[in-house]
Design a protein around this ligand. Sequence first.
Ligand code: WQD
Length: 331
Amino acid sequence: MSTLDGTVLVTGGAGYIGSHTVRALREAGRDVVVLDSLELGRREAVIDAPLVVGEIADKDLGSATCNEHGVTQVVHFAAYKSVGESMGSPGKYWRNNVAGTAELAEACIATGVHDIVFSSSCSVYGTPEIVPVTEDAAIDPESIYAESKAMVERILYWYGQTSELRSVSLRYFNAAGASFDTRIGEDWTYSINLVPLAMKAVLLKDRRLQVFGDDYDTPDGTCIRDYIHVNDLAAAHVKALDYLGNGGETVAVNLGTGIGSSVLDVLNATAEAAGEEVPYDMAPRRAGDPVSTFADPSFAEATLGWKAKHDLTEIVQTAYTWHKSQLDDGR
Ligand code: WQD
């Protein structure tokens, strides 16, 4: 039996990218089971899949879930992801993101599960010297969060040297947007990212977005990033599981569109979607912000047969529609 015939365990499947990936897997005909602590995820975000509430560090729960659901492959999202929080609470990130993944890997190996797709991040590169960024760029994390992602990549590599485990580490660029049917989207409650904060500024009226610097060496002076639709990310995870199911070796892959957009590009696109300007003020630069970073997507296309399909307009339109629907529903 191919591992593609079995169930996919999605850790963190009640979260933002996880819930979109669960839907993509179900639409691709894969059986799915979600393991999520619901500390940050939302039960209602899990659509058409059973939810097991628990921690990835609980090896017995992980093994039992794999055995009971016939798991043959894993997509591992569960992690803390706040750059700022990580610098103040390193132990929380080492214990959960790093040690928790080691426990999950042990549970997988113990139950004969060898295919893991890992939710990594372009932040493992830190401030890239060359753009577009290729996978052989220097690994130089600039935060404990980013370091935890880089460490997990190496832990999975070494499990691959000492067991049958094989992994695809997907290095996301800037994830944004929401489902086109507005059933799921990002929880903006704790987010400090540009797109959800721009939506708050234009929808809530009680705040103004702070643009962190307009004196960078870019066409409009604001920083450039590679914004990628969450549905494109979800599709890449399905492709990565296919890659492993067909015998692919351990690899790391950048997930981006290859197109750089500035902060003001995002605000202008948001204004277009909202039909009104985003209230913002210029503010000082934010420490640690790279001037410009965007992906070279060619390795993802060559290795996974994946390419982003959605553009910035669709990203901000789906994000705006999602957050407006949440407000209309009183959430
Ligand atoms: C984007 C741009 C800010 C907020 C994120 C994740 C990181 C990784 C990549 C997954 C920057 C500017 C932002 C605001 C602003 N993804 N900005 N005002 O820092 O590129 O990284 O995506 O792991 O983990 O954090 O994303 O959205 O914070 O910033 O001007 O209120 O928007 O300066 O240029 P970032 P971001």
